[in-house]
Design a protein around this ligand. Structure first.
Ligand code: SF4
Ligand code: SF4
Length: 366
């Protein structure tokens, strides 16, 4: 990580916290701070990505604004997180995608829809595209061939996995630290990811806009995260059915991929809409403006992925199926392409930071 004003400000506040220690039990960040006497740039980045932005330490802090010290740990760490997303991006030439991330992601969605629609309209006969469709095996592939869906999906998804993996490796190397990866540490980190324990802050949840604790953000994030995972599971099951069992989509409503996708899609809609609505009323003081565009862009992207998927489910037996399929695949293409260049990276770095924290707790790093 480069030394920047944001990084220096965050380091200064962490040093104050190290002397104060009032927030020790709030989350994983403060015990990790207390294990250190000095903070390298990589360690500040690690602590920034360990922070879940629950804001508990902002409302509890006796040195927060209007105090002259103006301590604002959630904002400082969010600013460093924003910097880290760009610095660990792979290939580095694409780091600029994080500069105006909202515009980049919105542009990718528009380009993805336009590209798939143009190719579909250009190559698919009108009768197949606009004619009445029945929900019978292979109906989707008369509009967009299976090989095209699988080839584009696999290439973009595998590239995104590689880019995310390279970013995680850069983050891990920069974060430094000692201790070995053990099964117990991996299990502890997975538990923290699955339960979002660190969104508990200093009490019963987050402080969205005041000292009052609320579980709203944690629940909405769960709806979004598990909704996404269910939709991903639906895609994998569909891929397995098609590729290995020869069962062609679309599948009946009461089939595993459709049930997983429907429940996941509803979870994504509820989670993303709720989190967006919360942004409209949140206290902006502990937030970082640098991340607002990326936040909103990711929520919008996931919302439209779910909305177009559910619309396709509703319209698959009608003459609108062809266009609905092209639009949905255009959004999914944008989602796959922008995965490593959107705020989605926070899941990877935060998961890696939780693993680093679990290792440190067991190794007693000092
Ligand atoms: S956030 Fe404020 S109260 Fe909490 S440890 Fe830091 S300085 Fe102390
Ligand atoms: S997770 Fe919450 S309590 Fe911990 S540093 Fe971040 S905002 Fe503060």
């Amino acid at each position: 990580m480069q030394e920047t004003d944001a990084l220096r400000d965050a380091r200064h506040e962490l040093e104050v916290c190290n002397a104060c220690r009032y927030c020790e039990g709030f989350c994983a960040v403060f015990p990790a701070v207390n294990l250190r006497r000095a903070f390298s740039a990589g360690e500040v980045s690690y602590l920034a990505n360990l922070c879940h932005g629950c804001r508990g330490c902002f409302y509890a802090c006796q040195y927060a604004p209007p105090h002259e010290w103006g301590i604002n740990v959630p904002r400082r760490l969010a600013q460093v997180r924003a910097q880290s997303y760009a610095e660990y991006a792979w290939p580095p030439a694409l780091a600029r995608a994080f500069e105006r991330n909202g515009v980049v992601v919105a542009g990718a969605v528009a380009a993805g829809i336009a590209l798939v629609l143009l190719l579909t309209v250009g190559f698919v006969p009108d009768a197949a595209l606009y004619g009445a469709h029945a929900v019978v095996p292979g109906a989707f592939y008369r509009v967009i061939p299976l090989w095209a869906m699988q080839a584009v999906g696999l290439v973009t998804f595998l590239f995104s996995l590689l880019a995310l993996g390279m970013g995680a490796a850069r983050f891990w190397k920069d974060a430094g630290g000692r201790g070995k990866i053990t099964l117990a540490a991996v299990a502890a980190a997975l538990h923290d990811v699955a339960t979002l324990k660190n969104l508990g802050g200093g009490g019963g949840g987050c402080n969205d806009n005041s000292e009052r604790f609320s579980m709203r953000r944690r629940r909405l994030h769960h709806a979004m995260m598990y909704g996404f995972l269910l939709c991903f599971a639906a895609t994998c099951v569909g891929f397995f059915y098609d590729s290995f069992l020869g069962w062609a989509a679309p599948y009946p409503f009461f089939s595993l991929p459709v049930l997983l996708g429907t429940i996941g899609g509803i979870g994504l809609l509820v989670g993303t809409f709720g989190l967006f609505a919360m942004k409209l009323v949140d206290d902006p003081m502990p937030a970082a403006r640098e991340l607002l565009g990326a936040d909103v862009a990711l929520l919008g992207l996931l919302f439209f992925a779910a909305l177009t998927g559910l619309a396709l489910l509703a319209l698959r037996g009608t003459g609108a199926m062809g266009v609905a399929l092209a639009v949905h695949l255009g959004v999914i293409l944008a989602l796959f392409v922008t995965l490593p260049y959107s705020k989605m990276v926070h899941g990877v770095y935060r998961g890696a930071a939780l693993l680093r924290s679990a290792i440190e707790k067991r190794a007693g790093v000092g």
